[in-house]
Write a protein of this length. Structure first.
Length: 153
């Protein structure tokens, strides 16, 4: 595990609350409501397609990444995530996707007893303060830079 610079750690462990974006949830509700009404105008039985789609989508990794709730933390020992009242689990950052207003992090669990499980968490810029967002982005960039394999050229 490669730890990021101690510049950020001078203030102690860093943590970010993970929760869905209110804007995203409002947009999703509006879109689903519009689709349901449009299908309902065609035929009432088509509204069941929306329900089936939502049930199937809820089980995907994308849904888990967007709807995750918990606490993401970074310490000198590495990354950890605690969902609800459960115990925190150690994670290894494997990749990151930076969007205009979100950051999706791809992790692998560091379980000594079993296979590592992939986990994706999306953090929204609007739910974090500007200073917290900047520190998170810098830590992610630094952690990924140190964990990339170096070429021998």
């Amino acid at each position: 595990m490669f730890a990021a610079s101690n510049v950020f750690m001078a203030q102690g462990p860093l943590s970010w609350r993970v929760r869905p974006s209110a804007g995203l949830l409002s947009f999703a509700a509006l879109t689903i409501g519009t689709a349901t009404m449009a299908l309902g105008l065609v035929h009432w039985a088509l509204m069941s397609l929306v329900a089936v789609f939502l049930l199937v989508w809820r089980r995907t990794r994308a849904a888990h990444a967007l709807l995750a709730r918990g606490q993401l933390a970074y310490t000198p020992a590495g990354w950890s995530y605690q969902a609800g009242a459960g115990a925190p689990c150690a994670l290894s950052l494997s990749r990151a996707w930076l969007g205009p207003a979100f950051l999706t992090l791809g992790f692998h669990g560091l379980s000594p007893t079993g296979p590592s499980q992939a986990l994706e968490i999306t953090l929204f810029k609007a739910t974090l303060g500007p200073h917290s967002w900047q520190r998170l982005c810098l830590l992610v960039a630094q952690d990924l830079q140190f964990s990339e394999p170096r070429s021998s050229v």
